[in-house]
Design a binder for this molecule. Structure first.
Ligand code: CP3
Length: 341
């Protein structure tokens, strides 16, 4: 449970998409296997997951997989080119009712459970193991557009014409089934990625998305109270984050547009805060990256009362253009950071 333990001098760190195209280790596997094969072959998913943990000394391993597999299980036909493509779309209630699941959740998600078990066997006990799913509205956005999430016209219309309500009934159960299969493996945490949430107005987010997310977190915690829940949203600000107010969430991942010290000060009695370096900083020459980190750390530590509820991370995922040396640099920088207070 490394990233959640009481720690005095160290800031734990892990990044979303820490396993991916920027990394030579991953590229080597990609020469031989497709993305789907890497995800669905437990031994390969385990190797890919552990590559960056071993090389960059991250404090958590996040399962190598994807948020869109539940849509495939439900019968929407998924492929990656590398952008995900679905063979059908959801534009009306009837599309939801006519979905034909292709197997049982236990059979379908077994590749994730097996990968997590293998990772746990190889992972040092001081590191955290994270499973993950996509949040209902984010999956809905992909289901409406048939892949890439576009301008969300159809997804936003669906909030008002009942289609999102129909989809939610199905997807909350599907996600609970998916999370349950993952959580029967020895995971420490489960991340819920809500990439599309911040595309909504604050009013729509509060009215349509938060209640559905709460159903998911509440029901998951009823079965798995020991698994920490991480909720990551993009393009959200402090006003959105304040509306979440969900005691079943343990960690809020925040976007780089939010001031991290404000978020820590606002929420430290309720959540850990993970974030929130702008991923494009990792593309800068190292002197600029170091300068930005010096200021970021200094400003944040001056403003917060204590760093105990802070998990260092990015405001979103590692970009494929990121130089590996910069990932090494930032990990070394944080691991060796001397706290003065
Ligand atoms: O964090 C990790 O190391 C675990 C791996 C991970 C992937 N996808 C692997 C991946 C995680 C946590 C995800 C989550 C995911 N997948 C999200 C939510 C987070 C976010 O990024 O906003 C979303 C929206 C997806 C859907 C998805 N999968 C997209 C949009 C793409 C295409 C990305 C692109 O830039 O082309 C994928 C494919 C994908 N998922 C890749 C990886 C490493 C690239 C595959 C490749 O080309 O080799």
């Amino acid at each position: 449970m490394g990233i959640f333990e009481n720690r005095k001098t160290k800031l734990p760190l892990w990044f979303m998409r820490q396993a991916g195209r920027y990394h030579t280790h991953y590229q080597t596997f990609k020469k031989q296997y497709s993305f789907e094969t890497l995800c669905k072959t437990p031994k390969l998913a385990c190797e890919v997951t552990l590559g960056p943990v071993n090389e960059f000394n991250f404090d958590a391993a996040i399962l190598f997989s994807d948020i869109l597999f539940p849509l495939e299980r439900l019968g929407m036909g998924l492929s990656f080119h590398p952008a995900p493509t679905l063979s059908s779309k959801i534009t009306k209630d009837q599309d939801v009712y006519s979905l034909q699941p292709i197997s049982t959740p236990e059979e379908f998600y077994l590749f994730q459970k097996k990968a997590l078990e293998l990772i746990k066997e190889k992972l040092s006990p001081d590191k955290t193991l994270i499973g993950f799913v996509g949040a209902p509205f984010t999956l809905y956005a992909y289901a409406c557009e048939g892949g890439h999430s576009g301008n969300l016209l159809s997804a936003k219309a669906g909030l008002y014409n009942g289609t999102f309500a129909a989809f939610s009934k199905l997807i909350v159960n599907e996600l609970l089934a998916n999370m349950s299969v993952q959580a029967t493996a020895p995971i420490d945490a489960m991340a819920i990625f809500d990439t599309a949430a911040g595309e909504l107005s604050l009013q729509d987010y509060e009215r349509f998305v938060i209640p559905i997310n709460q159903q998911l977190t509440k029901n998951f915690k009823k079965i798995f109270p020991h698994v920490k829940l991480i909720y990551y949203s993009k393009h959200t600000n402090l006003a959105y984050l304040k509306k979440i107010n969900d005691n079943n969430i343990d960690v809020l991942g925040i976007d780089w547009r939010v001031n991290i010290a404000d978020a820590i000060n606002e929420f430290q009695s309720q959540y850990y805060i993970q974030g929130n370096i702008d991923p494009t900083w990792l593309l800068l020459p190292q002197n600029h990256l170091k300068h930005n980190l010096d200021i970021y750390m200094d400003h944040t530590l001056k403003k917060i009362k204590n760093p105990q509820k802070w998990i260092f991370g990015l405001g979103h995922g590692v970009l494929k253009e990121t130089p590996e040396e910069n990932v090494k640099f930032i990990s070394h920088y944080i691991k060796n950071y001397i706290f003065n207070n």
